[in-house]
Design a protein around this ligand. Structure first.
Ligand code: MN
Length: 355
């Protein structure tokens, strides 16, 4: 698999008119090489591919990164880097501008005299389109989120704290084979539902409150993410109408996803529906985001985005309406783009569940 990816990145490298690319972002390194240790750099040109790592990982790197020449890193990184660059006669080296912190950049450019070219999203662009194996892994992970949600429904009741739910959720997902949480779970009940990122607290849930649950976990390296909002007891008119509004915006936006569709236009589908009802200001975030090795990755779905969707891309569709002091509703699915439209990986009902 890493051979295919190497071929693709080499095409980008030659289009960027550099002799080689230095990959410092661990996720991009894993994506291109297969090596998932905690430390290592890649240097890739049209005909060479090096993985520089330290003593701890030499054996693992040899096994995982079969397409790469493994180079042992000594205490100081840069003399070794300079040696490889000089040996190959490379003049222009691309680096990941978004990923290198200023101090490292300064040291690197002082110690390795090359022409350093900042590149943006070179590997991230490749990562946007998932192959069949990646889609399978992510679909299986998403199915675990659906199972976890069903399990949660048996635990939600008045008097239970948000944290208790978050803890149960985490245990359930780890037992189901997750490596870790994708992010701090959001369990936002009652007025806290107005906080789009209301991480679980000690607050207990009460009758008459809506509860927004936003959670995800990493399975085989790939993140998953989903949100549902449920109601404890009978919803009032406002809760019901906000819920139906978000549900409609989410369903229509998910239906609009497909190949050749522009991300901004898909955001507009949900935004227009919410704006028409006067709640535009209460939907203050983008519609969704790409997801894969990272929970938030390209492409973004928002008014500022401008990506044409392709088969194999996986994005979240997650509109929300937040009413300060009262509460909020968000519904989120992970969907992937097919040859003809889109398919939702998370399948739990989007009808309002009344507990
Ligand atoms: Mn999300």
């Amino acid at each position: 698999m890493s051979f295919e990816r190497l071929e693709a990145i080499r095409k980008s490298i030659s289009e960027s008119e550099v002799d080689a690319l230095l990959v410092t972002h661990p996720v991009n390194r894993r994506y291109l090489s297969g090596f998932d240790g905690s430390s290592g750099l890649l240097l890739i040109s049209c005909n060479q591919s090096y993985l520089i790592t330290d003593f701890r990982y030499l054996e693992q790197a040899e096994k995982q990164a079969e397409a790469f020449t493994i180079i042992r890193r000594h205490d100081e990184l840069y003399p070794g880097l300079a040696e490889i660059i000089n040996q190959n006669g490379w003049k222009k080296i691309g680096f990941e501008a978004k990923q290198l912190i200023y101090d490292s950049y300064r040291e690197m450019t002082e110690k390795v005299k090359s022409q350093w070219v900042p590149l943006t999203d070179t590997v991230e662009k490749l990562r946007m389109v998932k192959n069949a194996a990646e889609l399978t892994v992510m679909s299986k992970g998403a199915a675990q989120l659906d199972r976890a949600f069903s399990h949660l429904l048996t635990l939600i009741r008045p008097g239970v704290s948000e944290r208790q739910l978050a803890l149960e959720l985490e245990i359930f997902l780890l037992r189901a084979g997750a490596e870790e949480k994708s992010f701090k779970f959001i369990v936002a009940s009652g007025p806290r539902g107005a906080l789009p990122h209301g991480v679980a607290t000690e607050k207990t849930m009460m009758v008459g409150e809506m509860v927004t649950l936003d959670f995800g976990a990493v399975f085989d390296g790939y993140a998953t993410d989903m949100t549902r909002t449920v109601c404890l007891g009978k919803p009032d008119q406002l809760q019901l109408s906000i819920y139906e509004l978000v549900r409609k915006a989410q369903a229509e936006a998910a239906k609009a996803v497909g190949p050749q569709k522009n991300t901004k236009e898909i955001d507009s589908v949900a935004r227009d529906i919410i704006e028409q009802r006067g709640y535009g200001d209460n939907f203050g975030h983008g519609l969704g985001h790409g997801i894969g090795l990272e929970t938030h990755e390209a492409p973004t779905l928002s008014q500022l985005s401008d990506t044409i969707l392709e088969p194999g891309m996986v994005v979240t569709i997650e509109p929300g309406v937040y009413l300060p002091g009262l509460g909020g509703v968000r519904i989120e699915d992970m969907v992937y783009v097919t040859e003809t439209g889109a398919h939702s990986m998370t399948t739990s009902t989007r009808e309002l569940i009344i507990i």
